[in-house]
Design a protein around this ligand. Sequence first.
Ligand SMILES: [Zn+2]
Ligand SMILES: [Zn+2]
Length: 214
Amino acid sequence: MFSLPEWTFEFHGHRCPFMPIGYRMGTLALEKLGVGKSLDHQMHVFSEMGVGHPQGCMQDGIMSATGATFGKGMIERLNYGKVAAIFWYPGKKGAVRIALKNEFQDRLAPHEFFKFRKQGIEPSEIPESVCLDIINIVLNADNDELFNVSELPNFEYEPVKGSFNKAKCEVCGEYVFERYLRLKDGKKVCIPCSEREGEETVIHLPNLKTSVKK
Ligand SMILES: [Zn+2]
Ligand SMILES: [Zn+2]
């Protein structure tokens, strides 16, 4: 049976099945790539999850297992609405994509845990025995039951080049890192002071050079 460290539940906040699924997915990605947990800026994860759907908890498990955290800027969302992620590591050719199998999602779906969730009850309010039971299903499954793994040999990614350069916004006076400075009426300004709206505020997308569709 797979086990995961208690601190991962403390970090995540509640006991649900999807954080452990993500932890297992991340652990499998490390194995497939033949690397250890990233202490610094190595592993990049492209989560295929989006917003406004369940199971996003998986991403906390992925971050915990791989060290590719939000704070280090190592995990990004592709917003495809799929329970899957792509794992890229510098110096390794291509990337590994891991998706949670439909069959496993269907197997979990009838569990009592989701009856509570569909009534709007948060995981921390669900009886602990129900949570532990569904987590055990995840921990007792083997990788083949859980995941489809595929190699993406042509996947290329170029991490954003880091820069310490910054300047003061000429309107509000706060420091802004250079990449995020905008020009407005001839002044260097921050994004809020530029009063740009909607799509204009989209300023960074992962620099994927290849399609990830199968
Ligand atoms: Zn959760
Ligand atoms: Zn400003």
